[in-house]
Design a protein around this ligand. Structure first.
Ligand code: NAI
Ligand code: 13P
Length: 331
């Protein structure tokens, strides 16, 4: 299969490495917008800026310049860019009449519209055959071929099958799911919740607090997802509970790291700048909460994260606000 990955950050590069090493012998092109970075990668056969210490398989092709040259022969186009690039990339693919299935990797909500990725696609590029990959997957571990399970979500069975054929392999299990809304809500909300657990851990609030945040956070994610049309069981799966546990507890998470840095007293700007990578939870927390409010869905943990990010709440006030809520039923 000919696979084109657009976006040479951590996750796009990791999946390109994984696909290029696949026993099926896929022909994989990794496209990056920064010509100098792509030149360096082609020379060093690695992406030290985003994935230090991982060598590229010999067959991986690197390209920059006109993205159409990279994807025009592809059987599958993968968008390895953040949420902020999604609308423009989809519109460009649709305008150039891309016939191959397109799958995005970004996890979040568009800040201006409050749209989840499939809603952006429905508006910007409805003619594309589309889907996404999600689930608990730190880029570095996938690039190192450590065992990982992902979800390929699409309403279109052929798109799901294409994603499975492209990526399912010895170190990567890829499960299909037609609940696109549920999978996307899990991926977006877990990033917001990871900021909360990072903050709690940074403040040394204890393991009980972390478990409470994860569990009640899962309840918030599930309430929002069901209100948007997702299925309850999706939130108990890889893109829900699975990715929430990984991101809320794993030291490789950028979103969790933002919470840890805020707990140290760093400003949000300092925290985000020090990452050198995108932290989607920072960009989309407010839009997630606004979407929930419109639907009458209660998300107190996500609301507290927004208060912290906006500077309206200090960490101790956020904890007091959550602990001071009226007693209520668990379910
Ligand atoms: N890193 C990870 O472990 C995982 C990341 N994701 C998601 O994948 C998305 C990308 O994340 P990362 O690769 O980690 O981010 P990153 O911060 O490592 O890299 C982002 C890349 O996108 C490029 N980019 C940004 N805007 C662009 C545009 N308009 N056109 C072309 N390239 C553009 C940047 O130059 C950079 O190379 C995010 O939504 C993230 O939540 C999902 C699963 C795992
Ligand atoms: O989505 C991820 C793992 O599944 C990566 O999470 P972070 O963006 O917080 O690093």
């Amino acid at each position: 299969m000919r696979i084109c990955v657009l976006g040479a950050g951590a996750w796009g590069t990791a999946l390109a490495i994984s696909a290029a090493a696949h026993p099926a012998g896929h022909r994989v092109v990794l496209w990056g917008r920064d010509a100098a970075q792509v030149e360096d990668m082609a020379r060093s056969r690695a992406n030290p800026r985003y994935l230090a210490g991982v060598a590229f398989p010999p067959s991986l092709l690197l390209l920059s310049g006109d993205a159409r040259v990279a994807w025009r022969d592809a059987d599958l186009v993968v968008l390895g860019t953040p949420m902020s690039a999604l609308r423009a990339q989809l519109a460009a693919l649709a305008a150039a009449a891309c016939a191959a299935p397109v799958a995005w990797l970004c996890k979040g909500v568009e800040p201006a519209s409050g749209f989840f990725p499939h809603e952006v696609q429905a508006e910007a590029a409805p003619q594309l055959r589309a889907g996404l990959l999600s689930g608990p997957s730190f880029a570095l571990e996938v690039a190192q071929a450590q065992p990982t399970a992902l979800v390929a979500a699409s309403a279109d069975a052929e798109v799901r099958e294409r994603l499975v054929a492209a990526f399912h392999g010895p170190a990567l299990r890829v499960y299909g799911n037609d609940d696109v809304t549920g999978v996307e809500v899990g991926g977006a909300v877990k990033n917001v919740l990871a900021i909360a657990t990072g903050l709690a851990d940074g403040l040394a609030l204890g393991l009980n607090a972390r478990a409470a945040l994860i569990t009640r956070g899962l309840a918030e994610m599930t309430r929002l997802g069901i209100a948007l049309g997702g299925r309850a069981e999706t939130f108990m799966g890889l893109s829900g509970l699975g990715d929430l546990v990984l991101t809320a507890t794993g030291h490789l998470s950028r979103n969790r790291r933002v919470g840890l840095l805020l707990a140290e007293g760093r400003t949000l700007d300092e925290a985000v700048r020090s990452l050198g990578h995108v932290a989607e939870g920072v960009n989309c927390a407010r839009a997630v909460v606004q979407r929930a409010r419109q639907l009458g869905v209660e998300m107190p943990i996500a609301e507290a994260v927004v208060g912290l990010l906006d500077g309206c709440l200090q960490p101790a006030q956020a904890v007091a606000a959550l602990m001071g809520r009226e007693p209520t039923q668990e379910v």
